[in-house]
Design a protein around this ligand. Structure first.
Ligand SMILES: *Cc1c(COP(=O)(O)O)cnc(C)c1O
Length: 360
């Protein structure tokens, strides 16, 4: 068995321990004589899986009792519609546009009401987070929306925006469970799990109860109304059972690793190794304003597109996979999520040093 160092932005690396456990349980999950893939979502065994998963993420994130945890489908992208459908009572919302995912959410919201871009970093190709301490937020805005970690551009909000009392909605797809979070600062926290938690097909949404109502935009599909899912404990219809089971295992792995404080320390250590090298390298350069750098996604370039291509190819041959930057920005990007071991980043930097010496 040859495992590579997988720097994919998502679907992405998962803890080896989790994969092995899932493999062990593939044919016979805890004496049921079947795989979790084969069992009823209404069975006792699955009921335990989803309830334990919910409890474990509640423990990890310290989620207050007045927040629901929903396991949904449709990807983070489907929440780009669900958020305005469920929250736009005044048909007005403020969006902070810090990258492609924020922009997509902003554009989708325009279909349902008046979505206003109150800040943007498009002027410098989304390489920084704008100052959000005193934005012009409309008096009647139903919420303020951010993409907290920008997967493609590699920036992260280090301080949350001053929403002037409005509900904060955050897409945390690429920083989910990477560090401690103060849930009470948000109305809605949601993300696709395929970046930092589990397999594609599951979205986790953590929503303050007062925001879950029947008062949704006219025409909202039953499945996109949060209340439908909340009332049914995420079992209104068949949920992505196997994906939820893997997420549950990852929650237990994070708990065993010491929780979100420990994850943060682990992630800071890894990111520092890579950023320190980028800062001293004569060939490679990080593309993000240092104070806004993501711990999870690290974009970099050599400044020469042909050399970038050569680097990605040679890295792949050496066992470092998926280092090509997003198709819209080029260059390279190393996604170093929770499950990426420190050794993976150390070896990558070693390889980059060697490449630099050979291509000086
Ligand atoms: C990947 C990603 C998305 C899109 O997720 P899907 O599950 O493919 O819809 C949205 N937001 C962020 C921040 C992402 O990283």
């Amino acid at each position: 068995m040859a495992r590579v160092y997988n720097f994919s932005a998502g679907p992405a690396v998962l803890p080896e321990e989790v994969l092995k456990e899932a493999a062990d349980e593939m044919m016979d999950y805890k004496g049921t004589g079947m795989s979790v893939m084969e069992m009823s979502h209404r069975s006792k065994a699955f009921d335990n899986i989803i309830k334990e998963a919910e409890q474990d993420i509640r423990d990890l994130m310290n989620i207050p009792d007045n927040y629901k945890v929903l396991f949904l489908q449709g990807g983070a992208s489907q929440q780009f519609s669900a958020v305005p459908m469920n929250l736009m009572k005044n048909k007005k919302a403020a969006y902070i546009v810090t990258g492609q995912w924020a922009k997509k959410a902003y554009q989708e919201a325009q279909r349902y009401g008046d979505a206003v871009a109150v800040a943007s970093s498009a002027d410098k190709t989304f390489s920084y987070i704008p100052d959000c301490s005193d934005l012009d937020i409309p008096e009647d805005a139903d919420y303020v929306y951010i993409c907290e970690n920008n997967t493609i551009y590699g920036t992260k909000f280090k301080t949350l925006p001053n929403t002037k009392g409005k509900t904060l909605v955050a897409d945390v797809s690429s920083c989910f469970l990477s560090e401690p979070v103060d849930v009470e600062k948000y109305g809605v926290i949601y993300g696709g799990v395929q970046k930092n938690i589990g397999p594609a097909g599951v979205v986790i949404a953590i929503i303050r109860e007062d925001l879950i109502t029947d008062d949704v935009l006219e025409g909202t599909p039953t499945m996109l109304k949060w209340k439908t899912q909340a009332d049914a404990d995420s079992l209104y219809n068949t949920p992505p059972c196997y994906g939820i089971y893997i997420c549950g295992k990852v929650f237990k792995w994070i708990k065993k690793m010491g929780g979100l404080e420990a994850m943060k320390a682990h992630n800071e250590k890894k990111a520092k190794i890579l950023y320190d090298f980028l800062d001293e390298s004569k060939l490679f350069k990080g593309t993000v304003t240092p104070e806004d750098r993501s711990l999870m996604n690290v974009p970099f370039v050599t400044g020469d597109a042909d050399l970038d291509v050569k680097f990605v190819a040679e890295a792949k041959a050496a066992g470092f996979e998926n280092l090509k930057g997003h198709r819209t920005v080029g260059g390279m990007r190393a996604s170093i999520y929770n499950a990426m071991p420190i050794e993976g980043v150390e070896k990558l930097v070693e390889f980059m040093k060697k490449f630099e010496a050979e291509n000086a």
